[in-house]
Design a binder for this molecule. Sequence first.
Ligand code: CA
Length: 222
Amino acid sequence: MRILVVEDEKKVSRFIKKGLEQEGYAVDVAYDGMEGQQLIETHEYDCIILDIMLPKKSGIELLKDIKDRPGEPIVLLLTARDTVEDRVEGLNLGADDYLTKPFAFEELLARIRALLRRGSVTGAELKFADLSLDTQKRKAKRGDKEIELTLKEYSLLEYLLRNPDRVLSRTLIAEHVWDQSFDSETNVVDVYINHLRSKLDKGFTKKLIHTVRGVGYVLKEE
Ligand code: CA
């Protein structure tokens, strides 16, 4: 899951970025509305955390741009106590939820998880063949075998499980699992796919992660 945080208060944006990264999300930060706009025009985000009061371009203006673009990122507004009208306008414009500042990180995390779950039909557990991933407890299982995953492996597997039977290019995978600092010249995606393979497919006759030569990877049952 890749998240964009648009918040000009550096202390707040850093705190959100750090916390979300510790939960395994890929996080980009923009410090004003124009920077936010550039990022949404060049990347595909799963979720956008959007402050309403922003320099250069307001969160409300930016929200209109977000809603005009293809793809439907979840939008969580950050509002100050005295901006009730903006909050209502934001929700009318299609924001999914809002959080009043100051807030505890746990609260933000709970909201984001709930919103991301709402978008999936499977709820807290993602399943494919005999593979399952509990997105609450962050535990994977293949058959009866419990599988320990690192944060990045977890994010990668979650992305694959949300897109079964779909050929995913390396670019698309990088776009959703890594942040802006990702270096497309490296083979990091292949390295992580190999880590997952050795944990998920090794020792099983039925392989689930398949290479599509020249393109990328697909999660499928043969
Ligand atoms: Ca602000």
